[in-house]
Design a protein around this ligand. Structure first.
Ligand code: PLP
Length: 364
């Protein structure tokens, strides 16, 4: 297996460990594991199988849920973005998907469309402060009335909302969102699903009947000031490449496209077999770091499509063929995200199919 570089080694035991951590943080809640975007880039089929202990799975789109049903997954499947067309309602009935209703149009489609069979249930998305997808407080009563009187739900709906700032500590906006939710919960007496990863770990009052974590399952921290290890999480993806070449650069020689980096002294440089054509973020040009022989090697110059150049100063013994860790347990993806000016969510979901996923339970 190890001949195929670069690859993403996916530690399925770490995924299961992180699900157990979710249950420790929220012991009284059911867990809707978020596996959208190909399981945050880890490969949804293996992720779903490893997370079989989840109470439900959530994805963003109808097509993602259909893919899971076709893999013979028969857990509740929640479609977070709901129906994008009336035809999606028919698909949801055929495949028994739990749609999120966040806009009055979706309820109009529901009353205008003949469904081949009942929908299993549904979720109403309440706007509490994210201002993205959600029914505003004044739209909610009518939406609730239409949904519960449509006669095509086999079970009663739930109430959902989404945090805009659960990654921030002591942010009053989180309290405001929770306050509004508490008000609607007491008025409508519905099961609530609110907490994403940040809220699972730091807002116990937001746990309610269901939690809805994504990122933490994959072993990354949503918080700027806390590492995954401090939170008890284990990184699931270990992204690995190979050293392709080493070069001795003379003072004045420039590296790569545009010559953005120029040697000021004699420099031992390595060329690593991963680039933006694999989804390695080009904003890591001149800023990222990788691990070779356990030592940090800084990115020199621009990231290319298939390669990236690094400084071998800390690992002068490195030779072509040696393994290079792009991120993993010893070099958190969160660090690369800060260096790239982005978030771990983006770096993980960017790794494209050119990079083989290799699945493993247990060490090495
Ligand atoms: C992606 C998503 C989640 C998961 O959020 P994490 O921060 O990854 O835990 C939860 N709810 C909704 C609506 C989402 O879009």
């Amino acid at each position: 297996m190890s001949g195929d570089y670069p690859h993403a080694l996916i530690h399925l035991d770490a995924l299961q460990h992180n699900l157990a951590v979710v249950r420790q943080y929220a012991p009284r809640s059911r867990v809707m594991s978020v596996i959208k975007a190909d399981g945050y880039g880890h490969g949804v089929e293996a992720v779903a199988e490893a997370l079989h202990d989840s109470d439900a799975f959530a994805v963003a789109r109808v097509r993602e849920a259909v893919q899971l049903r076709e893999l013979a997954i028969n857990k509740p499947l929640i479609v977070l973005d709901g129906a994008a067309t009336a035809a999606d309602l028919i698909t949801a009935a055929e495949y028994q998907l739990s749609l999120v209703f966040h806009h009055p149009s979706q309820l109009d489609w529901l009353s205008q469309t003949d469904l081949p069979q009942s929908l299993p249930d549904a979720w109403l998305m309440l706007e509490t402060g994210m201002h993205r997808l959600g029914l505003r407080a004044e739209q909610f009563p009518q939406a609730y009335g239409k949904l519960t009187s449509c006669g095509v739900l086999a079970n009663s709906p739930g109430l959902m909302s989404h945090f805009a700032n659960s990654d921030l500590n002591d942010d009053p906006r989180n309290d405001a969102q929770m306050h509004l939710m508490a008000d609607f919960k007491s008025r409508y007496q519905l099961p609530v699903c609110f907490a994403n990863s940040g809220a699972v770990m730091q807002l116990p009052d937001a746990h309610h009947e269901w939690v809805r974590p994504g990122l933490m399952l994959y072993g990354a921290s949503p918080f700027k000031d806390k590492t995954a290890a401090e939170l008890g999480l284990r990184p699931v993806m270990e992204l690995r490449a190979r050293l392709l070449a080493r070069q001795v650069l003379q003072p004045g020689e420039q590296v790569g496209y545009g010559g953005d980096w120029q040697a000021e002294k004699t420099t031992l440089m390595g060329v690593v077999s991963i680039g933006y054509g694999d989804g390695f973020n080009r904003h890591l040009s001149g800023r990222g770091e990788v691990l070779i022989h356990g030592q940090r090697a800084a990115v020199l110059g621009r990231v290319s499509m298939d390669t990236v150049c690094v400084d071998l100063e800390n690992c002068p013994q490195a030779q072509p063929g040696d393994e290079v860790i792009i991120w993993g347990e010893k070099l958190p993806v969160e660090q690369a995200a800060i260096q790239a000016g982005t978030i771990p969510y983006e770096l993980l979901t960017q790794i494209n199919p050119r990079v083989k996923r290799i699945y493993r339970y247990g060490q090495s």
